[in-house]
Ligand binder design. Structure first.
Ligand code: AR6
Length: 205
């Protein structure tokens, strides 16, 4: 039975820390939700940051997450020795309403496309983030739209790659260990891309 979005809010599974101005607008296979909101407000087990290889903070969603988490976050990040593109590392969440932050380093589109590596690197971020979530007993995870800001990845291509990789994970051996995967957009172009690609990737049964 598919839980209603209202019941998820009531169960605190997908509750923004402040009154939501948007509710999730899709719910496929009982796991996938879309939301257009500030990811720092989501009270899920883990949120996924669009970081850079230093893991020491930056602009965009990375800046927002570090500002909301407080200075302890960058201190922990500094102990991690950076992170390769296509990979991810996990930290505590400090003053954020979620429990953990997964810092994924998405590919810079132009550079990696020239090498033909853009898709596999972006998908690597999603796969590694899901693996880290499961390894750390997180049941719910919210992704920012990795690489689609400063790193220049076109929203449609990114949504297709992200959803495809998540579907693969859900069909794999650990697929049942997560009960909520949220794609958290911030700009309309990304929201539109997820609204287009979610039903294509998870056709209604
Ligand atoms: N909540 C959710 N999504 C957001 C928020 C927010 N508060 N703010 C922005 N976004 P970007 P990238 C969306 O540029 O392209 C940083 O400086 C935004 O609309 O943050 O992976 C890092 O340190 C976009 O869809 O990350 C790296 O140096 C998405 O987050 C570099 O930027 C990602 O945009 C990474 O570039």
């Amino acid at each position: 039975q598919i839980p209603t979005l209202a019941s998820l809010y009531a169960a605190n599974k997908l509750a923004p820390a402040v009154s939501p101005s948007h509710t999730p607008n899709a719910n496929f296979n009982n796991v996938i939700s879309l939301i257009c909101n500030d990811i720092t407000k989501l009270r899920v087990d883990a949120i996924v940051n669009a970081a850079n290889e230093t893991l020491l903070g930056g602009g965009g969603v990375d800046g927002a997450i570090h500002r909301a988490a407080g200075p302890d976050l960058v201190e922990e990040c500094a102990t991690l020795d950076g992170c390769d593109t296509g990979d991810a590392k996990i930290t505590k969440a400090y003053e954020l309403p979620c429990e953990r932050v997964i810092h994924a380093v998405g590919p810079i589109y132009d550079v990696t496309k020239r090498l033909g590596l853009h898709t596999s690197l972006l998908q690597g971020c999603y796969r590694k983030s899901l693996e880290l979530a499961v390894a750390n007993k997180c049941k719910s995870i919210a992704f920012s739209a990795l690489s689609t800001g400063v790193y220049g990845y076109p929203s449609n291509e990114a949504a297709e790659a992200a959803l495809g990789e998540v579907r693969k994970f859900l069909e794999g051996k650990d697929g049942a260990k997560l009960d909520r995967i949220v794609f958290c957009s911030f700009m309309e172009k990304d929201q539109k891309a997820y609204e287009e690609w979610t039903p294509k990737t998870f056709p209604p049964v």
